[in-house]
Design a protein around this ligand. Structure first.
Ligand code: KIV
Ligand code: ZN
Length: 497
């Protein structure tokens, strides 16, 4: 059996179905080009019959991207297939993804039908699509809850009808890994023509098992994984691309590989998160903010001795510049000494004892990370005039008024004021800040989240600023979104100051 695992990315179809995550066609094209550079084998670009926007996106993605296969989703209906065929007319490599429910529950309660009839409809859809496109993928929806014997019958029939790939979706994220793996094994043992097609896994994360189930499918013979960046998707999401790819890379004993350029994973994760306005949870595997951050004393000590004590993969392998040692009240002496040395302080054993006691008091009082500014103060440096502080912010904006912002910053003890215009109050305020600082950094990511839903709510601003080779993260929260944006920007910039 071939050992390559094909990566079928459905961020732009199953991922984009999520409320609030909708993208414009241009944004989809940007992500599709990034997916091409990432090295995915298939991009599911949309469900063309569902809306003119989805149809147009498949057209534009087909024009913009040439290496991956472009796939369009349909139901088992000729009308859907006609529209999908039309949308794929510019694709260099194209695939139609058609299918129908396979579980008795779907057959009865969704299609009000019976097994024989849905099987027939599935076969006819494959035969019809095959008239226009060679590469046909069939999905047996809710296969996770389907009877294995009937599923095997369906898989055999659609392969005989011309399906090149057969997708076994755990649509509701119902299966346990053993159960899903056994289902794939059963198909390999009971479908006579199974070697004529690639078996694909498409798992949802309702029980947090999508990655485990996808890997169980691969162990039992599946050779395509359907997944999304950051695991976004219906309800609890789809299988995370970054998780399955890194699990396969880390566990070479599985004997399979993907052709993903893993160094592009993290930057693309950030891009998708910001374009889809879908924050990534800090403890998310591989791409979360804390995925390579170490804060407990025992772990930090081990990390400083040898990173492999607490890191099973290199952060650089997924495009994260380096692992970080976060100083909190749980950090040990080794971590404090390590960070002080990075700041240029040499400290002997006795001094370390004294500074460590002071550090613990500070960390307890702060109830937050101890940052470099705190450490300098701890070492007796006068910090009151170091860095950049916001002294004044005055904004004018409204209907038929050119937004304007007056900003006064204290930079290394000196006040400076600038007034700028912008295309909005945030733009104007950040322009003033950048003019004062003669700052040429670029805003890579700008994410505003509300905490509750009222109009008097706090807005949380997350920002990533690129300054030379540094990527700086800034955060602030305020009921005034313009103020929060300026503060988040200064939070980022102050990290190099
Ligand atoms: O989850 C699912 O079953 C799907 C199919 C349409 C492939 O997304
Ligand atoms: Zn799905």
């Amino acid at each position: 059996m071939n050992n390559k695992i094909y990566i079928f990315d459905t961020t732009l179809r199953d991922g984009e179905q999520v409320p609030g995550c909708q993208l414009t066609t241009n944004e989809k094209v940007i992500i599709a080009k990034e997916l091409e550079l990432l090295g995915v084998d298939v991009i599911e670009a949309g469900f063309p019959i569902s809306s003119p926007g989805d149809f147009e996106s498949v057209i534009q993605i087909s024009k913009a991207v040439s290496a991956p296969t472009i796939c369009a989703l349909t139901r088992a209906r000729e009308g859907d297939i006609d529209v999908a065929v039309d949308s794929l007319k510019y694709a260099k490599n194209k695939r139609i993804h058609t299918g129908i429910g396979a579980s008795d529950f779907h057959i009865l309660h969704k299609f009000n039908s019976n097994r024989a009839e849905v099987l027939q409809r599935g076969v006819e859809a494959v035969k019809y699509a095959k008239k226009f496109v060679e590469d046909i993928e069939f999905y047996a929806e809710d296969a996770g809850r389907a009877d294995n014997q009937f599923l095997a019958q369906m898989v055999e029939a659609v392969i005989a009808a011309g399906a090149t790939v057969v997708n076994i979706p755990d649509t509701n994220g119902y299966c346990l890994p053993d159960e899903y793996g056994a289902k794939i094994k059963y198909l390999f043992e009971n479908v006579k023509n199974i070697h004529k097609a690639i078996i694909s896994v498409h798992c949802h994360n309702d029980l947090g098992l999508a990655t485990a189930n996808s890997l169980a499918g691969v162990i039992n013979g599946a050779r395509q994984i359907e997944c999304t960046i950051n695991g976004i998707g219906e309800r609890a999401g789809n299988t995370s691309l970054e998780e399955v790819v890194m699990a396969i890379k880390t566990h070479q004993e599985m004997g399979v590989y993907t052709e993903i350029n893993t160094k592009r994973i993290y930057p693309l994760s950030r891009k998708v998160s910001s374009m889809m306005r879908m924050p990534v949870q800090p403890n998310k595997a591989i791409v979360g903010k804390n995925a390579f951050a170490h804060s407990s004393g025992i772990h930090q000590d081990g990390m400083i001795k040898n990173k492999k004590n607490y890191e099973i993969m290199e952060p650089e392998d997924v495009g994260v510049s380096e692992s970080s040692i976060i100083l909190t009240a749980r950090s040990g002496r080794a971590a404090l000494k390590y960070r002080l040395e990075l700041l240029g302080y040499t400290i002997d054993k006795d001094q370390l004892e004294i500074k460590y006691e002071e550090f613990l008091k500070l960390a307890d009082a702060k109830k937050d990370n101890v940052n470099d500014k705190d450490l300098r103060a701890l070492m007796g440096e006068g910090v009151e005039n170091r860095g950049i502080f916001l002294e004044e912010l005055e904004v004018t904006c409204g209907y038929k008024i050119q937004p304007k912002a007056k900003v006064t910053l204290k930079v290394n003890g000196q006040n400076q004021t600038v007034i700028s215009e912008g295309n909005g109050p945030v733009d104007a305020a950040l322009k003033s800040v950048k003019t004062i600082l003669k700052d040429e950094s670029t805003l890579e990511e700008f994410l505003v989240q509300t905490i509750t839903e009222g109009h008097n709510d706090f807005g949380k601003v997350h920002m990533t600023v690129k300054q030379g080779n540094n990527t700086l993260y800034g955060f602030s929260a305020n009921t005034d979104i313009v103020l929060a944006s300026v503060e988040a920007y200064l939070d980022a910039i102050n990290k190099v100051y």
